[in-house]
Design a protein around this ligand. Sequence first.
Ligand code: BGC
Length: 358
Amino acid sequence: MKKKTERIYRTIGVFTTAAIVFSGCGTGQSRKEQDGKNLKIGISVYDQYDTFVSELVSNFQDYAKTREKDWGISITMDVENANKSQMIQNDQMDDFIKDGMDVVCINLVDRTDASTIIEKAQASDVPVIFFNRELVQEDLERWDKLYYVGADAFESGELQGDILVEKCKKDFNRIDKNGDGVLQYIMLEGEAGHNDSMVRTMSVINEITGSGYLVEKLSDEIANWNRDQAANKMKQFLERFGNRIEVVLANNDDMALGAVDALEAAGYDPDSQDWPMVLGIDGTTVGLNAVNDGKMLGTVLNDAAGQADGMLELARSITAGTKLPEEYELQDGKYIRMPYRIVTQENLGEIQMLLMKK
Ligand code: BGC
């Protein structure tokens, strides 16, 4: 029996499912009996309230509608929320298998605990595409029908660093509020043990110092990718360090926006010299708006649309044996990694045009 919360997408319609065909679901029809005219995909996300992940799944659903026409098939999708519980997600895997899904897309709750899902998949011969929360390589190598779609976390940290470095080259005195030649910064980290979080935190600093700038970490805190948690942490940082904060480096846009919320609540004005440089990663709709408004210096586009499309193309390719489009290179027969891109006020228009076309 599925718990109410797990079915939340369909009940409250966080993601539109209107044009997605659900008719094949739960009828007991096995994958072996299908005629290639219906592709059944089960998706489980670690937390439906995660802004980036929900944008990705929403893109996936939009692409599925288009591809139904392009490919002349119906695509049945069942999107489930694991509600931050690996146990719930493991149970959802059982349901996907029972419901005869052709392929399952998993946004792992615990990236170090993929074993149960892998064993269930292998025992029932159901391929799995993991996405966004990268599992350890040894796990992905345990079976040839396991894949990962995401991006290269190092690149995102480096590009975030590059945004700040470019600004420093043009306007160091504006950033260095106390004029000591050192960048005093705050780090807002995503999640303990999350690959993107660990790697971004390290690579952004390496990029800045490697470019010749001196930094001083005032403090860092984990805010679990979450805007409210980040706002709380930033409130405390402001109480402790006040105007000494020159740079806020956040592992994602939601946390950068939490910092913006706290700055505004404390009476800081984005147009004044006191406003620190705030940098995020993702390029979510709200993140891009904050870049446009000058509240964030920049962000790094984590290509949700490309990852969603790549995942759908891969699902089709695995199940129907079709060739992957050229833009999706399957590295080592297992990985699709979409490139990141810098976004600042200078190229915002271009990026927004690009996203509209996708
Ligand atoms: C994104 C975050 C998101 C996290 C969830 C990261 O790649 O940048 O915004 O919260 O994935 O796993």
